[in-house]
Design a protein around this ligand. Structure first.
Ligand code: GRG
Length: 284
């Protein structure tokens, strides 16, 4: 997977260099090129490569766009007005390093750069479809809606369906988009695209449940951010709503489901299987 990461980081650097306001450039770089796992862009590239055997320049740009959108969401999520977190990826959060105003603007900059980069490919039919998927996943009925619902329910008791709806939109939508967009760029048929969306839904939910489990079972050293932050913020999580044992059982169940769906998707390499595995069984 190192090949993906070096492609992604090199292209991210080139794209962020388009920003000629030096301080904005520095803060955006800090946020998007920090020591994160680059899971989403890797999943997008691996999805395309597994089905088509390769990926093109437009696919790489969309992979960078999804990482920029992810990075913006983390910067805004860490702000005092949201989760008020001091550490992310083993370093002080963006607003702690550069002030709140600059962090807000870096997030805005990353989102608008992502849209600019994707729109450069708008003459291609696949890019038009991919752009729609990306904006829907990140937008008002996707990640932003999930974040809103999460904030509105802080400190309140919620049922399992409400929690699932928060997880599906806040974290799951962007992860599902990686699988779908990769398949779209691979020009996969409708049945494969449907299975990729299904796989994305299962991996996205499992990813969030695992995140909830790590927040109570891991260490600050391993995660690079404080543990127990969900409880501190009175967040509803899979562990707080269902209990740790049930969360672990559901997580296992989803991993098995992911395997069953993956077996139905004809692939040309193990790239996707390996990456989905690394995503599901991550330690940080
Ligand atoms: C501010 C509009 C807006 C949305 C924020 C994604 C999100 C919505 C909030 C993040 C809250 C959070 C930490 C959720 C847990 C799942 C998650 C997104 C973890 C971080 O993703 P990783 O593990 O991070 O892929 P790295 O740092 O490796 O990129």
């Amino acid at each position: 997977m190192d090949k993906y990461i070096s492609h992604i980081n090199k292209q991210l650097e080139e794209l962020i260099a388009l920003c000629n306001e030096p301080k904005l450039n520095e803060v955006m770089k800090y946020s998007a090129l920090g020591p994160g796992k680059r899971l989403r862009p890797q999943l997008l590239l691996a999805s395309c490569e597994a089905i088509a055997g390769s990926y093109c320049a437009a696919t790489l740009d969309f992979a960078c766009a999804i990482e920029m959108i992810h990075a913006y969401s983390l910067v805004h999520d860490d702000l005092p007005a949201m989760d008020n977190d001091d550490f992310r990826r083993g370093r002080p959060t963006c607003h702690k390093t550069f002030t709140e105003g600059l962090a807000i603007l870096a997030g805005d900059g990353l989102l608008s750069l992502a849209i600019e980069v994707m729109s450069q490919h708008i003459h291609e039919t696949t890019a038009q479809q991919a752009l729609k998927t990306m904006i829907k996943a990140a937008g008002i009925n996707g990640m932003v809606a999930g974040q809103m619902s999460d904030i509105l329910h802080e400190g309140k008791e919620i049922d399992a369906d409400t929690l699932a709806a928060i997880h599906r939109r806040k974290t799951g939508a962007l992860i599902t988009a990686c699988f779908e967009i990769g398949a779209v760029f691979a020009q996969a048929d409708d049945i494969i695209i449907k299975n990729m969306i299904k796989l994305g839904g299962v991996v996205g939910l499992a990813f969030q449940i695992w995140d909830d489990i790590l927040d109570v079972t891991s260490t600050e050293e391993t995660l690079g951010k404080p543990i127990g932050s969900d409880a501190k913020n009175q967040k509803n999580t899979y562990v707080s709503v269902h209990g740790l044992t049930a969360a672990q059982a559901e997580y296992k169940n989803l991993c098995n489901k992911a395997q069953v769906i993956m077996d139905k998707i004809p692939v040309k390499s193990d790239a996707l299987k390996n990456l989905a595995h690394a995503t599901l069984y991550r330690t940080k």
